[in-house]
Design a binder for this molecule. Structure first.
Ligand code: GTQ
Length: 347
């Protein structure tokens, strides 16, 4: 039998020689490639809006929305510097539009969600129809649709952008085009998609052209009312409080093929049972104060703060006051691929 030192030398020499042929020994990395359970290379992190907002406003003086195309401060996972990712599959950023500004029309295969954090009265236009956005509204920009944003109000507007940029990059399926004009021509009266698709009815002969929801604004007033009704009807779920998922009314599936979106109400004093799932999740705090514990990390939060919980990390939420949390993740993709798992056991 060869002595360990000479055996290791022989192996190293072998690895070098096969390396020349762009080959590598699986047995040196099998454990990392096929881990017994998820071992995310990103971390729980949070962004305090009081600290973030001054920089957002400073960016407003540095560059116009027109020059920037999208004036956004990316929320980057601290464990993935330079990646522009908040999780390995998701992008998040805070977009600022000042009164009178327009973020010019473009389209791309990446899908986007907007979750309105501050202000009201700016619009986003999708394929010729505008919708006015208010705090807590969840707005969709479907894949490959023309969109521009503008602010006709008198106050700055800030929203959370959630995009599937890293997923699309992984597939090398990204395409983008700029519009011919900054603002697309309005071809459809405001409220048309609401009337056609968001009233429990659908146009009789309408056939969906894509998986993305035909509704593109889910207003907070309705979401809040639904949560309130749910809270009156019975006790909260031990892990989630009162949690609803947004749907495409034509399919019952997620409103965006690549991103699931959720809203949950945690009643005052509620302490959630430990929970983990394989979809790393980004949260935006809509109402209230509280904290979320992930491992040893305690993230205090209040209205307009943001935080991210990694895949398979055990999370416990505690609400000091009635609290409402918006969140998004890649769960619909994982479900399509038969990968999604959750663990409610608290172990
Ligand atoms: O609004 O189209 O935060 O294309 C990043 C890329 C926003 C947008 C972002 C984008 C957009």
């Amino acid at each position: 039998m060869a002595a360990p030192a000479s055996r290791n030398n022989a192996r190293r020499d072998f690895y070098e020689r096969i390396g020349g042929l762009s080959m590598a020994p699986l047995w040196e990395q099998l454990h990392q490639l096929v881990p017994p359970q998820p071992a995310p290379k990103y971390q729980a992190a949070s962004w305090d809006y009081d600290k973030v907002r001054p920089f957002l406003m400073e960016s407003g003086a540095l560059i116009t929305a027109k020059e920037a195309v999208r004036r956004v401060l990316i929320l980057e996972n601290p464990a993935m510097p330079g990646s522009a990712c908040i999780t390995p599959t998701l992008y998040a950023g805070l977009q600022l539009i000042l009164p009178g500004e327009v973020a010019p029309a473009h389209r791309h295969t990446q899908s986007a969600l907007r979750f309105i954090v501050e202000g009201e009265g700016a619009y986003t236009a999708v394929d010729g129809e505008r919708t006015i956005m208010r705090e807590g509204d969840f707005v969709i920009t479907p894949t490959w649709t023309w969109h521009d944003h503008g602010n006709d109000s008198s106050k700055p507007m800030v929203w959370l952008d959630g995009l599937d940029i890293p997923l699309v990059a992984m597939f090398n399926a990204g395409f983008a085009e700029n519009g011919e004009t900054d603002e697309q021509v309005v071809t459809t009266p405001e409220g048309t998609s609401d009337a056609k698709f968001a009233s429990g009815l659908l146009p009789v002969d309408w056939k969906p052209a894509r998986q993305t929801s035909p509704v593109f604004n889910y207003p907070y007033s309705r979401t809040r009312e639904a949560l309130q009704g749910l809270a009156k009807a019975g006790p909260p779920d031990a892990c989630h409080g009162y949690k609803l998922r947004y749907i495409n009314p034509a399919s019952g599936g997620a409103p965006i093929a690549t991103m699931g979106t959720y809203m949950q109400l945690l009643p005052k004093g509620f302490a959630s049972a430990p929970y983990r799932s394989t979809d790393g999740t980004v949260f935006s705090v809509v109402e209230g104060t509280g904290e979320s514990k992930v491992g040893d990390k305690v993230m205090r939060w209040k209205k307009r703060d943001h935080f991210v919980v990694p895949s398979w990390a055990k999370v416990e939420h505690h609400a000091d006051t009635d609290a409402v949390l918006f969140s998004f993740s890649d769960r619909p993709v994982q479900e399509k691929l038969d990968l999604w798992r959750e663990d409610r056991s608290g172990k």
